[in-house]
Write a protein that binds this ligand. Sequence first.
Ligand SMILES: Cc1cc2nc3c(=O)[nH]c(=O)nc-3n(C[C@H](O)[C@H](O)[C@H](O)COP(=O)(O)OP(=O)(O)OC[C@H]3O[C@@H](n4cnc5c(N)ncnc54)[C@H](O)[C@@H]3O)c2cc1C
Ligand code: SF4
Length: 447
Amino acid sequence: MSDKNWEKLKLEVIDSGLCTHCGSCVGLSKTLSFKDSFKNPIPEKTSAGKTSELSYLACPGREVNYPELNKFLFKKLPKNWLIGNYEKLFIGYSKNEEIRRNSSSGGIITHVTLYLLEKKYVNGAIVLNPDKKKPFASKPVIATTKEQVLASSQSIYVVTPLNTILSEADKFKSLAYVGLPDEVASIRKLQQLGKFQNINYVIGLYTGIYMHSGAIESYLRAHGVKDVDKVKEIKYRAGEWPGNLRIELKDGRVLSTPKFYYNYLLPFYVTNSSLYMCDFTNELTDISVGDAWHPKYEKLGQGFSVVAARTKKGLLLLEEMKKAGLIELQEVSEQEALSMHGHMLDFKKRGSFIRLAWKDRFVKKGKTFYGYEPVGITKKRMLVEAVNFMIFSLGRTWLMRRTIEHIPIGLMGRVFNVVRKSWKAMSKPTKRKGLHGQEFRVIGKEE
Ligand SMILES: Cc1cc2nc3c(=O)[nH]c(=O)nc-3n(C[C@H](O)[C@H](O)[C@H](O)COP(=O)(O)OP(=O)(O)OC[C@H]3O[C@@H](n4cnc5c(N)ncnc54)[C@H](O)[C@@H]3O)c2cc1C
Ligand code: SF4
């Protein structure tokens, strides 16, 4: 029996290398599943029958029509495509010391989610929790208790398909939802189609680079641990902000590496979606949150977030929490908010479009339709991308991945940090040139 929706999804997205691992198609159709959502989060057809059309339509690897979704959500196109639509921008943190210390940056997401549940504005929150059966991994849950919300704190940097939980979402009257840009885009596409109207608050993480689970296996092997089953607990941002990767093993050993050192794994395990997704600041949410990378805040430690209140509903919620003394918020200008992530904004708003076009032309046919694109990218900027393209292509080979495991992590982390900073400094004039004045144009599908 032919299964048109599955065939199209497989051809246009999965076989084209465009799957973002969001999990929507699996959550929306009983015919699909991930055989192993930690090691190989690629959807497969595992049951007979027809795959639902929604699985195909909701897929963010196929299409995220940003102009249309912006009009649907905000009734207008963004003034600035680098950051998307917003009401106000802030630097902030949770005033609950425990929440702030246990979270990735300022604990804003954990505290907002908890507040929504405690105030009964929602009766469940879609978040990630540690997987008790597989402590090396996380799994999506619909949190209904304070404990589950607190357990969701911290960023999970390895692929964890969140939207498989959609299969359970209809049981709830009102939900909060926390996700990455592709996962959020899929939810908004579904809402545009009249589905999941019970998801009332959408909160998103700024997202630069996401990694395959092989990153953790590689880190463990480099420490002589051959099996992820030896892991008792894993935290990606433990301790003082910006935090450490901290892995506690069942034999009592603790492995720990500062965030900026274990970043050495990024070029070796980066996902395709990180390279092709053009949304860094999670542009389709009610509230988006990232790290407030600025020497002023980094010097203070403790944890600071940059917060974009995108909708009136998101802004009202944040202001209510501030008034109740639960969170601290200082309004900042667009310029200040953007200055914290210049490198990543360029990586996504120019780099992703170049990489996607090159992938379509030289590597594998097929590209995600975003409905807009940057114009007038200079030859110099293309040259910078050619270097990035080479680094990622080489880095992701089996040989390079295995080679790095034989270099002591302390040394690897330090060398990577120096190389990263030097490359950033060298390419900065080209990457930043014209970034804030970068023009974009809305495009149709046939172009
Ligand atoms: C892969 C990834 C890349 C990122 N890249 C950047 C970056 O380049 N620059 C930047 O400024 N910020 C980045 N962030 C966001 C940053 O790490 C913090 O998540 C953000 O500052 C929010 O902090 P918080 O303290 O308010 O969140 P917390 O209070 O710690 O709450 C974290 C929330 O995020 C959810 N969550 C965590 N990981 C995932 C995941 N993988 N998928 C879905 N939901 C998840 C949890 O369920 C929880 O609800 C990234 C996050 C991730 C997961
Ligand atoms: S991007 Fe999401 S919806 Fe599309 S194929 Fe991958 S998991 Fe399925």
